[in-house]
Design a protein around this ligand. Structure first.
Ligand code: RI2
Length: 332
């Protein structure tokens, strides 16, 4: 086993903040990961190119291990570490810094572009029902408002962490009328909604949408009520591993997010489960809105193949040969 090279403080801090959800939301996580990799590139005191590459991969692994479901994180690592090139430390450093900057610019551009596409689906006077907090979904409303449309929102609070409060506050900043409801009131209020508008943490090759727990139940109810379901997801949310049959791991979070210890003990012996996400099957989704246009969920696989090919690389992992050499194994 090799000793892993030291990490920049920004990498440790970012990883901790992602794990505790101080930094949350798939796009925001991706941007923070890119910034942390840039810090690692700036601060790494590697003596040679191999050591520099090892340090960058170590930073990648530390970030990768934080939250398993949001694919924007490994896709951010793929984009930036996949563009690391050069024969000396300075060239490698420059390539990572250029890639992280390009990646962050691309994120912002993608969100604006998909916002324009999503806004075209909203008509003047429409009401959207939201779940959780998604910067991609809010971009659609923001652009509709910029187009001069009046939009209202019914905002689900989204237990257990109440990210709906963030959505409500940001919609108010846009001048949108907001009605905040508890999650269990959603079906009653669907009759007043023209669209369900949500984001995504990952999109699978079959068009399944992995998003905040409760999305799938909302989608089933919306379909029953005839309310179209629109998913705002820039292409960084496409999960390339699902092209080869892998499933998306659903993150289980700590039970204390759901119930405090004292209340729980007062109830007696119970199990508490806290899955962060669920999967909405493609048949309940009307459109996935991306920066490349809108897609019926069943056709998203075409876009995924275009962007990722048939397989997803994992540039944060140690190449087998290099680990074997470092561990003292005989060279082939
Ligand atoms: P943007 C959130 O998860 C929600 O599920 C939201 O739809 C998704 O991230 C995407 O967010 P969490 O991080 O990338 O609150 O659209 O668990 O901002």
């Amino acid at each position: 086993m090799t000793d892993d090279p030291p990490l920049a403080d920004a990498v440790d801090d970012t990883a901790a903040d992602i794990a505790t959800m101080e930094i949350r939301g798939a796009a925001t996580i991706a941007a923070a990961a890119a910034d942390a990799l840039a810090a690692q590139a700036r601060e790494t005191e590697a003596e040679g190119p191999a050591a520099f590459r090892r340090a960058m991969r170590h930073a990648g692994r530390r970030l990768y291990d934080t939250r398993p479901t949001a694919v924007s994180l490994p896709n951010a690592l793929r984009y930036t570490l996949g563009r690391m090139e050069g024969d000396d430390v300075e060239a490698l450093r420059e390539s990572v810094l250029a890639a992280t900057t390009a990646f962050t610019d691309r994120l912002g551009r993608a969100q604006r572009d998909l916002g324009r596409v999503g806004a075209n689906r909203l008509r003047d006077g429409d009401t959207v029902m939201t779940h959780c907090h998604s910067t991609d979904a809010l971009s659609c409303v923001e652009h509709a408002v910029e187009q001069g449309k009046e939009v209202s929102a019914i905002v689900k609070e989204t237990r257990p962490r109440n990210q709906g409060h963030i959505t409500a506050s940001e919609l108010r900043d846009l001048g949108v009328d907001v009605t905040l409801i508890v999650d269990s009131a959603a079906r009653r209020y669907l009759d007043e909604a023209d669209h369900v508008l949500v984001g995504a943490d990952s999109i699978a090759a079959d068009g399944g949408v992995v998003n905040k727990i409760g999305t799938s139940g909302l989608a089933v109810n919306a379909r029953e009520r005839g309310v179209p379901i629109m998913v705002a997801a820039q292409t960084i949310k496409l999960h390339p591993d699902t092209l080869t049959g892998h499933t998306v791991e659903i993150e289980m979070r700590d039970e204390t997010e759901v119930i405090d210890t004292e209340t729980r003990e007062g109830i007696g012996e119970v199990e508490v489960h806290n899955p962060a996400f669920d999967v909405t099957p493609p048949r309940y989704v009307d459109a996935i809105v991306t920066e490349s246009g809108q897609f019926p969920p069943e056709s998203i696989v075409t876009l995924m193949r275009e962007l990722f090919g048939e397989s997803a690389d994992r540039p944060w992992e140690e190449p087998e040969r290099e680990s074997a050499d470092a561990a003292g194994a005989p060279a082939e």
